[in-house]
Structure formats: structure tokens, C-alpha cells
Write a protein that binds this ligand. Structure first.
Ligand code: SF4
Length: 201
């Protein structure tokens, strides 16, 4: 008899999920939920979605797809749009996705949920945990709190992504992070031009 508990896992992209989903499959009956209205542009959203579909198929994980309601993301972070990454802007973005995952888990009759977000070293675990617990209370489900970057979770996700030929994005997902990444790249290229023959670090 299969007595594993069911869990709904918010999945941000195939790359992060390549570690988190198989890791959770060891102890849970896993379903994934792709809800990421933060992703910009639309082409990037569908690229991340298609890769997630292939990964879930490969792992035998049922994938539930949420709406791509980008205005929900804009409204959620609007008051913090001038703040940088790893600020209140991101806490609001986490909360939007956590709230909707908790709501979906409740709708599907799955009493437990979590998110792949914590596998990234760029995400702040305490804020994810705080948002997860609050969403759980709001929708009367439970939050599985785990910092997936621990026990080499991030390193394993990088290795698996390479093995599976998954794209590793060079920005978090939203239009603001895309601009931030382009700005950093521009600054780096400018610096490289000024210091020719700069050795690799
Ligand atoms: S940087 Fe990432 S977490 Fe922060 S608002 Fe943008 S998409 Fe959301």
C-alpha cells in the first residue's frame, strides 16, 4: 500500500525542479504547480513552462498549470517597484506565488504544499518560510518548510540541468530582474573594454 502523503509543489522552472521534485518524490506523492505570472517576456514564460512540462513527464509528476496573469504580479509588487532584488519587492513576489499555491492545494484537496524557490542561493529562505506559513494558515493547508539549497541541493540542480540540457536563466524572471541583469552585463563589458587582457578570475 502506498501511504505517502500528497504534496503540491510550486515550481518556478525546470532547472530548480530537477533537484526538488525527485528529492520530494522519495517521501511524498508529488504534484507540481506552475504559477509564475512574474516571468517576462511572454516568450520566456512559455520556454520555462515547456521545459517544466518535459521534466514532469520525465519524472512521472502530474503538472497543474496556473494562469499567466501578469497584471496580478504588477499589482502585487507595484509599491516596491523601485526597490532592488532581494528586497520587499521579492517578498511580495514570493507571497503571490505561495498564496496561489496554497489556494490551489486546498482546491485540489491536497493538504500540504511547498515551493522550489528555496533551492536558489539568490532567494531568502526565511522570507519564503514566513510567506509559506502565512499562506498555509490563510487557506487551511500545511506548508512543508525546507531549505532545498542545503545538502548540495543547488549544486545538484546545476549538474542535473546540464545532464538534461535544461536552460539555466541569467535573470530571476521579472522585467525588473531582466533590466538589472542587463545593466550588470553592460557594466562588466564596459569594465572589460577598459582593462584589456584581464585574466579570468
Ligand atoms: S527578482 Fe525574482 S523574486 Fe524578485 S520580484 Fe523579480 S521575479 Fe520576483
Amino acid at each position: 500500500m502506498n501511504d505517502k502523503k500528497s504534496i503540491l509543489v510550486h515550481t518556478c522552472c525546470a532547472s530548480c525542479s530537477s533537484y526538488v521534485l525527485p528529492h520530494l518524490q522519495e517521501n511524498f506523492h508529488v504534484s507540481a504547480f506552475f504559477y509564475n505570472p512574474n516571468i517576462y517576456p511572454e516568450k520566456e514564460y512559455f520556454l520555462r513552462l515547456e521545459e517544466t512540462k518535459s521534466l514532469c513527464y520525465h519524472l512521472g509528476v502530474n503538472l497543474v498549470i496556473g494562469p499567466y496573469n501578469s497584471s496580478a504580479w504588477t499589482n502585487a509588487i507595484y509599491s516596491c517597484r523601485n526597490l532592488p532584488e532581494k528586497s520587499k519587492r521579492c517578498w511580495k513576489c514570493y507571497n503571490l506565488r505561495l498564496d496561489n499555491t496554497a489556494r490551489k492545494a486546498a482546491d485540489l484537496g491536497i493538504g500540504l504544499f511547498t515551493t522550489t524557490l528555496s533551492v536558489s542561493p539568490h532567494k531568502i529562505y526565511n522570507r519564503i518560510e514566513e510567506g509559506g506559513k502565512r499562506a498555509a494558515e490563510r487557506f487551511s493547508v500545511a506548508f512543508h518548510s525546507e531549505d532545498f539549497k542545503k545538502k548540495d541541493g543547488f549544486k545538484i540542480s546545476v549538474k542535473r540541468s546540464k545532464q538534461l540540457g535544461l536552460i539555466r536563466q541569467n535573470y530571476c524572471g521579472c522585467v525588473l530582474s531582466l533590466k538589472e541583469s542587463e545593466r550588470k552585463l553592460g557594466q562588466k563589458e564596459e569594465g572589460d573594454k577598459r582593462t584589456p587582457n584581464k585574466p579570468d578570475m
